[in-house]
Design a binder for this molecule. Sequence first.
Ligand code: ZN
Length: 458
Amino acid sequence: MLSRLRPSIGRSTSLSRTARGFATLMLAAAVAVSGSVSAFAQGVPVVRDAEIEALVRDYARPIFKAAGLANDGIDIVLVNDPSFNAFVTGRRLFVNTGALVTAETPNEIIGVIAHEAGHIAGGHQQKLRDQLDRAKTMAIIATLLGAGATTNSKGLAGAGGEMAQRSILAYQRTEEITADRSAITYLNATGQSGMGMLKTFGRFQSALSLAGTQVDPYRISHPMPQERISNLEVLVKQSPFVNVVDPPALQQRHDMMRIKIAAYMQGQAAVARLMRKNPTSLASRYGDAQQTYLYGNPGAALTKTAALIKEQPKNPYFQELRGDILMKANKPKDAADAYAKAVSLDPAHSGLLLVSLGQALMAVGTPDSLKKAVVQLNNGVGRDKENAEAYRFLAQAYGEQGDIPAADLATAEGHYYAGDYKNAKIFAMRAQQKLKRGEPRWVRAQDIINYTPSNKLK
Ligand SMILES: [Zn+2]
């Protein structure tokens, strides 16, 4: 399930596309105002989805390895925005859903990741990247989408001065050439073509004439003069791997990802558009099952999902969809079984599937299932520390068990990871009142109480 789906958030942003583009240039400001954007954290359109995160991580892993970059524990951050953007801070890879749904092949996204890896390996904007890595995901996204700019004039004023003096996440032409060359090196090392990268960048290049009507943040931070594209084209065509296409299984996962984003974010017309090319493909039928779940009746959705499972019995995300449908049909026990199956099949060990399992177990509501829910939810946040929403479920589960200090501490954690330090402290203090001084939970509560968001991460 694509969770935290609040399409209205992404669409209600009143900023013009141009303004949003420039917001990308304010990444430095994100660091500077990370303490003050907390209030917007709840409106931040970060999208969580086990399937898409795992796929993007699979795109990145071989490239990062070829680039000699640490590829363990890379967090994939999906931003619900229709424009094209993707960047890597170091430990996090941010990518807009707009970029994913636009790309027709995995190779197009892999090419962009290779180019980003080239910037990292080249040490471009290293100082800013280090700063971004210390900032919370929510703070970066909030500023990225201009939430900080519209709502907190004080923070913006403070950031404005910083911005003027600081070089921001926008690259020099010479850096672009270096990153392009490095990207080709990584693609060659992994036996992949540069054609996808060329296609993506070529599209930005030709979009120059439309400047003012549509500005993708990515194009602003990476200058794409014609000369650069021409030089890149030579390099791409020299590669012995120029004609290599993505493995069919990877292309299929990509198609399923695109149709999922369309189903959850863009509506039925977008799904129909993607299905038109091949209405009987697995991806099309996946989209159809998801639409039936979202807009139709659970019975029909279950039948369609059962057919998908029959075709790919080891696909964890078909089991996840089955769990989602069963939850909607108010059958939490069956849903818990489906999610448990999804967890057992998931090679990426996503914390999200564990949280879904925990929620289903909570809904079952027996003392035994509640106990299991607490275990699964704790496992979930263990794998996925910044999942503020999961702490809310955990707090609820503890509450239902009558473990009030644990519930308060979980609530404090949720506020803390959402960037709401004021409420985090209130609940941490409340938890401490009922805990023995010095015990681990008391100590953790004290950490939250002591935490001071830094305005100047140097
Ligand atoms: Zn670049």
